[in-house]
Design a protein around this ligand. Structure first.
Ligand SMILES: Cc1cc2nc3c(=O)[nH]c(=O)nc-3n(C[C@H](O)[C@H](O)[C@H](O)COP(=O)(O)O)c2cc1C
Length: 161
């Protein structure tokens, strides 16, 4: 799969097979995540692997679509507002690196934004000074949805003189 095939075929997965994803694979994709661009090398990302006890407490409405692996990705605040903002951007790049690296090996991800809610932060023990970018299910897809239609970028471009 070349990079464009990888990008165009990736989906947010809503139904996973029970087949396990090995910790070594996850680790490899997370290491690939660290190659994300990040201003001043703040490397703001942190990863919490979610065990079954915490997963049960989080009580996600779909149980993370039955994904065999669940993890949360956090972004550390910077020393200024702009640095915190840039750290979130860098961590979003980290997330996409990880997602695409996994997808290149047939493993899909489900992205849930539930992690930043106060109750869920407490369950996961997230300290102040971190944004939870998402809680992610990883696994082999049982179903892969059709692509959702996108507006052409031509409609979102401005040519400045
Ligand atoms: C910041 C962010 C938060 C998201 N939160 C959720 C979520 O809570 N639940 C969900 O089903 N999908 C969530 N998604 C995934 C989007 O719904 C999904 O990417 C979008 O529908 C496009 O589908 P595709 O990724 O399959 O192309 C989130 C995506 C982003 C970038």
């Amino acid at each position: 799969m070349n990079i464009l095939e990888n990008i165009y075929s990736r989906r947010n997965i809503k139904k996973f097979k029970p087949d396990m994803v090995e910790p070594e694979q996850i680790n490899k994709w997370l290491e690939a995540g660290t190659m994300a661009p990040n201003h001043k090398m703040t490397q703001p990302w942190e990863v919490y692997m979610i065990g079954s006890e915490t997963r049960t407490k989080l009580n996600h409405k779909t149980n993370f679509c039955q994904a065999p692996v669940v993890l949360a990705i956090l972004s550390k605040h910077g020393s200024t507002e702009i640095e915190t903002y840039e750290n979130v951007l860098a961590t979003a790049c980290f997330v996409q690196n990880v997602n695409l690296a996994a997808w290149a090996e047939g493993v899909g991800t489900f992205w849930s934004s539930m992690g930043n809610a106060a109750k869920n932060r407490e369950i996961m023990g997230i300290p102040d000074g971190y944004d939870v970018i998402g809680v992610f299910g990883f696994g082999y897809p049982e179903e892969i949805s059709q692509p959702k239609e996108r507006t052409s970028i031509q409609e979102k471009m401005k040519y400045l003189p």
